[in-house]
Design a binder for this molecule. Structure first.
Ligand code: FES
Length: 146
């Protein structure tokens, strides 16, 4: 009984009235409403602006990309890279559109398959994977995050 009295004395009055069925349009907080937009929820993460990434493909860490059809899950930068032709390498966010996993991808020469639930995604920039603009010249790949 003592706890109940203490609760009623200290609880936010509009909250207590609402709990017993009396709606009141009043905030419990005395803080001013912020003009700053709210952060997105976990399901819709905030997209941070990134500087362009420049990769020299003569570095042995990228030897998988020397041949057409070669690919790499570049986990340090959260990217899936695939060599489409002699002159084109595409870059995708390696976050799986299904549940967001990044680390278990396979590539069959035409599509990526996430090994968690085996959903497949094309290497088209109009597909489900987020595709970033790239330029590729003299073995230097530049990825823009626009
Ligand atoms: S998390 Fe990739 S298919 Fe489910």
């Amino acid at each position: 009984m003592k706890n109940r009295r203490l609760f009623l004395k200290t609880a936010c009055k509009p909250l207590v009235l609402t709990a017993i069925g009396i709606p009141i349009l009043e905030a419990c907080s005395t803080e001013e409403v912020s003009e700053t937009p709210l952060r997105s929820s976990v399901n819709s993460p905030v997209v941070e602006k990134r500087e362009p990434l420049i990769i020299n493909l003569s570095n042995s860490n990228f030897s998988d990309l020397t041949k057409v059809g070669g690919w790499k899950n570049y986990t340090q930068e959260d990217l899936l890279l695939v060599r489409i032709s002699d002159n084109e390498i595409r870059a995708f966010d390696n976050r799986c559109p299904h549940q967001g996993n990044r680390d278990r991808w396979e590539f069959d020469g035409s599509s990526f398959t996430c090994q968690y639930h085996f959903n497949s995604y094309s290497t088209s920039c109009s597909g489900s994977l987020i595709c970033y603009p790239t330029t590729f010249e003299d073995e230097v790949l530049t990825i823009s995050f626009e």
